[in-house]
Design a binder for this molecule. Structure first.
Ligand SMILES: NC(=O)c1ccc[n+]([C@@H]2O[C@H](COP(=O)([O-])OP(=O)(O)OC[C@H]3O[C@@H](n4cnc5c(N)ncnc54)[C@H](OP(=O)(O)O)[C@@H]3O)[C@@H](O)[C@H]2O)c1
Length: 240
């Protein structure tokens, strides 16, 4: 039996980058995954490509994590189609960098509402379903920017710092319910997160598959063990 046979996951922001690589890894291991993002064409393409590759299955549902009702819909789709929910990956996120004196309200709002409020909406929607299965796992994709500030990171640092605190509180709230909560904190990953997109020259950076691997490896931990915070960084970044 494949490693994730019988497991159902919802992954937010899974049409590219870390979210997509995680969805691919779970489907490759026989899991059933609901992929999502704000763009219907990308969602449909991703679900189709993953199901084609198999042996697990993927379906798609458009979800902007800033919208609480749609987050509830996303979890309901997983339960209706696949019979339950075991894993939520709160991955959807973005970074818009500007100094505080140059940051407008809209740029602040989109980061806080996506990177932080979105995790609240999706987790609230998923928890009853995870409990109905007797437990599960919530992965919150944080960042090393959640504990290392940099100029221009005022909103991104705030969102990921907040997410780290939120993850720890969630972990304490949920562990006796059988739900494990882990905050995964990557350094630089070569994805479309950066405006110029992935750069083949940046071969020192982490790849999305490395972050997916952290999660699939954690899922193999025994029930008694809860790695609640994992930092992962490039082993050989350019020397400063
Ligand atoms: N790349 C890095 O160096 C790095 C480092 C540390 C942490 N992270 C974190 O890793 C996560 C994934 O980033 P990535 O590097 O894989 O970036 P990416 O390639 O840009 O992927 C981001 C995904 O999130 C989706 N998304 C953005 N806003 C959304 C919203 N409001 N609702 C739903 N989906 C939304 C995007 O799709 P649409 O735009 O089509 O909605 C896309 O599928 C983020 O939380 C990021 O902060 C990244």
């Amino acid at each position: 039996m494949a490693q994730f046979t019988g497991k159902v996951a919802v992954i937010t922001g899974s049409t590219r980058g870390i979210g997509r690589a995680t969805a691919e890894a779970l489907v490759r291991g026989g899991g059933k995954v609901v992929v999502s993002s704000r763009r219907s064409d990308a969602v449909a393409e991703t679900a189709h490509a993953l199901s084609e590759a198999g042996p697990g299955e993927a379906i798609g549902h458009v979800c902007d994590v800033r919208e609480p009702d749609v987050c509830h819909e996303l979890m309901d789709v997983a339960v209706e189609r696949f019979g339950g929910l075991d894993i939520l990956v709160n991955n959807a996120g973005l970074g818009r960098f500007a100094k505080i004196q140059d940051m407008d309200q809209e740029t602040w709002d989109i980061q806080i509402q996506t990177n932080l409020d979105g995790v609240f909406h999706c987790s609230r929607a998923a928890i009853p379903h995870l409990m109905a299965r007797g437990g599960g796992w919530i992965f919150n994709i944080g960042s090393l920017a959640g504990r290392n500030a940099f100029s221009g990171g005022v909103a991104y640092n705030a969102s990921k710092w907040g997410l780290l605190g939120m993850s720890e509180a969630m972990m304490l709230d949920l562990r006796h319910e059988g739900i494990r909560v882990s905050c995964i904190m990557p350094g630089s990953v070569n994805t479309h997160f950066f405006e110029d997109g992935p750069d083949p020259e940046d071969d020192w950076k982490l790849q999305s598959q490395d972050i997916a691997r952290v999660m699939t490896d954690l899922l193999a931990f025994p029930d008694r063990a809860l790695p609640s915070k994992v930092e992962i960084r490039p082993s050989q970044p350019p020397r400063k």
